[in-house]
Design a protein around this ligand. Structure first.
Ligand code: ADQ
Length: 421
C-alpha cells in the first residue's frame, strides 16, 4: 500500500485577509462551511477517503475553535498511526513568528515532518472545495518517476490570471510555469485540452496548488531560506531541474479563498444537482458528530434550501439559502440567497431571562434578509431589513462588513430591532 508512504501537509492560511471578517477571531481552517462543516474538513476528508491518514494542518495562529474542532472530530484508533496535528507559526529565537508564505510555512515545520517515516509529501490548500482520490495522482507520480507533481485543471482566460499557469510536453511533464500571468500574456499560455473543455473556452492549464514532492527533494528545496512561496518561487525554479508532472483533474474544483467565491460555493450547495456532492457515499465529508436534535420547521415555504440539524424555524419563506446548525428564525421572516452559519450552543431559559440584550440568539420576526453571510452566534432583532447587493458600497462597521455587495454579519453581532442595511 503506497498511501502509508505519504504524509499530508495542509496549508491552512496566511496573514491574508481575503476571508475577513470570517477570519477575525478564528483561523481560516476553522471557518464554517455548508451549514455544519469547517473548511479544514474538506482536505482532511479527501485524505481519509484516499486512505492517507497522517496529516498536519499549518496555520498562522492556533485558534481555539480549530483545536476544539480537530480534537472533537478526528478520533483514530489507539492502535492506528493516523493523526491530524495542527502546527501554528511559532516564535523561536531564529524567527519572529508568522509564516512568510506557503513554502516558509512548510520550511518552519520541517522538523515536525521529518520525525515521521514518509517518501512523498502531499501538500494541499486549505481553502478549496473538491473531492479527489489522491491515490490516482500518487500512482501517476510514481509511474512517471517524477520528483514533483502538480494537480492541474483547465480554466478560462478570465480565471487564468488568478492561478499558476503551465505548459506540458506530450507526456504531461511540465515544461514552463508562470504564476498569475498578466492577461496580455495569456495567448502564449494555452494548452491542448479535451474538446469539452475547449468548447467552454478552458484552454489554459492551471495549477490547483496541490503538490506531491519526493521527500529528499523537499528537504533539499526547503534548505534554501530565500524562497518563501511555492507558486512564485519553488515551482518556477524547479521545473527545469526536477521532473515535474502535471496530473490533470477532471472533477469539480473551486477555490473558496475570498468572500465572493466562498459565498457562491456555499449557495451552490442548494442547486438541484450541486457540483460539490455531499451525498456521495464513497466520498463522505467528515465533520464533528454533534448529537443534535432534528430541525423543527413550522409554516415556512422552503425552496432550494439546505437546513442543518438542531434548527427551530418559523420563517415565512427561505429561498436559495444554507441554514447552519442550531439556527433559530422567527415568524414572518423572509431569507433569500443567504448563508446563515448557526449557533455554537442553545440559550437556556435562565440565560434568556438574565440576558440584558433582550434579543434572542438567531433571527427575529418580520425580518427580510438577502445576499448575506451571517456568522455564528448572532442576535438579529425584529423587523430588521438587510438587502445585500451590488447597489451597496464596501464598508465596515462594528457589526458588519460589506464586500462586493455581500453583507457579512460579524460573529456574535447584535443587530437591534428595525435596523436597516
Ligand atoms: P494562491 O491561492 O494565491 O495560489 P496562496 O495565497 O499562497 O496561493 O495560498 C495557497 C494556500 O496556502 C491557501 O490554502 C492559503 O490559505 C495557504 N497559505 C497561504 N499562505 C500561508 C502561510 N503563510 N501559512 C500557511 N498557509 C498559507 C496558489 C498557487 C497557484 C495556484 C493556486 C490554486 O500559488 O499557483 O494556481 O494556489 O488555488
Amino acid at each position: 500500500m503506497i498511501n502509508n508512504k505519504v504524509l499530508s501537509i495542509i496549508l491552512g492560511g496566511g496573514q491574508g485577509s481575503r476571508l475577513y471578517p470570517l477570519t477575525a477571531t478564528r483561523s481560516k481552517p476553522a471557518v464554517p462551511i455548508a451549514g455544519k462543516y469547517r473548511l479544514v474538513d474538506i482536505p482532511i476528508s479527501n485524505c481519509i477517503n484516499s486512505d492517507i491518514k497522517r496529516m498536519f494542518v499549518l496555520t498562522q495562529f492556533n485558534s481555539a475553535s480549530l483545536n476544539r474542532h480537530i480534537k472533537n472530530t478526528y478520533h483514530f484508533s489507539f492502535f492506528s498511526s493516523a493523526f491530524v496535528d495542527v502546527l501554528a507559526a511559532e516564535q523561536t529565537p531564529g524567527n519572529e513568528g508568522w509564516f512568510q508564505g506557503t513554502a516558509d510555512a512548510v520550511r518552519q515545520s520541517m522538523h515536525h515532518f521529518l520525525s515521521h517515516d514518509f517518501e512523498y509529501a502531499l501538500i494541499l490548500s486549505g481553502d478549496q472545495l473538491y473531492q479527489m482520490d489522491f491515490n490516482e495522482m500518487i500512482d501517476a507520480h510514481i509511474k512517471a518517476k517524477a520528483k514533483i507533481s502538480i494537480a492541474t485543471i483547465p480554466v478560462n482566460a478570465k480565471d487564468a490570471t488568478s492561478f499558476g499557469i503551465l505548459k506540458t510536453d506530450d507526456k504531461n511533464v511540465i515544461t514552463s510555469f508562470i504564476e498569475k500571468p498578466d492577461a496580455s500574456l495569456l495567448p502564449e499560455w494555452t494548452s491542448t485540452v479535451s474538446p469539452e473543455m475547449e468548447s467552454q473556452g478552458k484552454n489554459h492549464l492551471a495549477s490547483m496548488g496541490i503538490y506531491i514532492f519526493n521527500r529528499d527533494l523537499l528537504v533539499e528545496l526547503m534548505s534554501n531560506p530565500d524562497t518563501n512561496d511555492f507558486g512564485k518561487e519553488i515551482i518556477p525554479q524547479s521545473i527545469a531541474k526536477h521532473k515535474t508532472l502535471s496530473y490533470q483533474f477532471e472533477g469539480y474544483w473551486t477555490d473558496i479563498g475570498n468572500i465572493d467565491s466562498f459565498f457562491e460555493a456555499n449557495l451552490g450547495l442548494t442547486d438541484d444537482i450541486p457540483k460539490f456532492n455531499l451525498y456521495d457515499k464513497d466520498q463522505s465529508v467528515y465533520t464533528r458528530a454533534r448529537i443534535l436534535p432534528t430541525s423543527k420547521i413550522s409554516g415556512t415555504a422552503l425552496d432550494r434550501t439546505v437546513i442543518a440539524e438542531g434548527c427551530i424555524v418559523h420563517a415565512a419563506k427561505i429561498e436559495k439559502s444554507v441554514i447552519g446548525i442550531r439556527s433559530r428564525i422567527g415568524k414572518e421572516t423572509t431569507i433569500i440567497n443567504t448563508y446563515m452559519m448557526g449557533c455554537d450552543s442553545y440559550e437556556s431559559l435562565e440565560e434568556i431571562e438574565s440576558n440584558k440584550i433582550n434579543i434572542l440568539m438567531g433571527i427575529g420576526e418580520r425580518c427580510f434578509i438577502k445576499n448575506t453571510i451571517i456568522d455564528k452566534n448572532i442576535r438579529i432583532g425584529d423587523d430588521v431589513r438587510i438587502n445585500g447587493g451590488k447597489h451597496l458600497e464596501n464598508k465596515e462597521t462594528d457589526t458588519y462588513v460589506i464586500k462586493d455587495g455581500i453583507v457579512v454579519i460579524k460573529k456574535g453581532a447584535v443587530i437591534p430591532n428595525g435596523f436597516v442595511i
